[in-house]
Ligand binder design. Sequence first.
Ligand code: NDP
Ligand code: GDR
Length: 373
Amino acid sequence: MSDIPRHPFGNLSVASVDEYRKRKVALISGITGQDGSYLTELLLEKGYEVHGIIRRSSSFNTGRLHHLYEDQHERPNKFKLHYGDLGDSTNLVYIIALVQPTEVYNLGAQSHVKVSFEMAEYTGDIDGLGTLRLLDAIRTCGLEKHVRFYQASTSELYGKVVETPQTEKTPFYPRSPYGAAKLYAFWITINYREAYGMYACNGILFNHESPRRGRTFVTRKISRAAAEIKLGKQHCLYLGNLDARRDWGHARDYVEGMWRMLQQPEAEDFILATGETHPVREFVEKAFAELDMNIRWEGSGVNEVGIDTKNGKTVVKVDPRYFRPAEVDLLLGNPEKAEKKLGWKRIVDFDSLVKEMVQADLKAAMNLVEDQN
Ligand code: NDP
Ligand code: GDR
């Protein structure tokens, strides 16, 4: 290891490349998010030293990592956080030079599609150019042949339905500033692979959820509301488009796929999906049913309501404020390539996902456990 420079701009010899990679050092942008927390757990279990980039915030933003920090007495020096931002190139170069990672997972993003219509430029900067900044930081440090790079690409790239199920060959047609920014990130990742021989790949991940999902994404919004309504803490759940269909899996299964993508002989792009699609209204029905509440739908369009059949109370209403200027109506992924080449398969099915999320939110609503986000 003595021939590995601990400073940037080093020229590593081919022999030292193998030595370098044996170190198993991961750097994760977006470590405080849903996927970042599950990926950190997975990599620590696999013996990696894990470094994460966190943003300075005036409020607490490491709730999803809290349990891992507590474990640190058992694993000193295995888990470190660094202040940084995908908008700050100098800082990214500094972190890459300091950490000298063997694997970089770029999960950091303004990840909310609806918000991207309101913060289009920021989303383009962080989700699009931010990916370029991170790739370039790796090159600036002379590590492009040594680091394996994962880009968090998304089924939002497919956007408007061209064909289903969507495969790695389906043409893209993004429908939001978020989707368009991620399109740039997708192609710049491929460009760095082709231009500089980097091991850089895109995981085209369909929606994945968990009890750690951010509260403003539709599944978590529903599971929380169902629990709160059951306990009488909330009266009604307001939603947008009930007919959008998504291919929903569990985040824990998907981070396993991310890791597998970086262990292949050659870098390639892969879809991770379940191969099933469900409308938002089905998620609502199953979430309430998990708490012994049955929903009957009445009316249509913006006047549609969901009624609790036991007491006749309206518990779901449509609020057009949650409609998007352009919608992605149907996502359904074909995970065949990942199943064949990576040996990856989702474990958690739709019903188990809904159950896990609702039960976790019920416990949180009863103050039996701390809500992690
Ligand atoms: P989250 O929204 O839960 O997490 C996003 C992470 O990015 C957070 O850690 C956030 O930090 C960080 N972040 C936001 N802005 C910046 C910035 N300017 N600089 C550095 N970090 C930043 O997303 P998920 O965990 O659900 O998703 C992870 C990635 O995968 C994202 O890139 C997302 O777009 C993509 N993706 C997600 C899918 C899903 O279904 N979950 C599907 C396909 C792709 P903070 O906590 O401080 O806000
Ligand atoms: P999505 O997830 O846009 O697919 O992006 P989200 O859960 O926000 O929306 C899914 C679908 O539900 C409809 N919907 C609502 N959505 C929200 N957030 N709130 C509501 O009240 C509501 N009512 C109906 C939406 O219109 C949409 O059709 C997620 C993010 O994690 C992205 O970062 C990721 O790239 C994609 O999944 C794959």
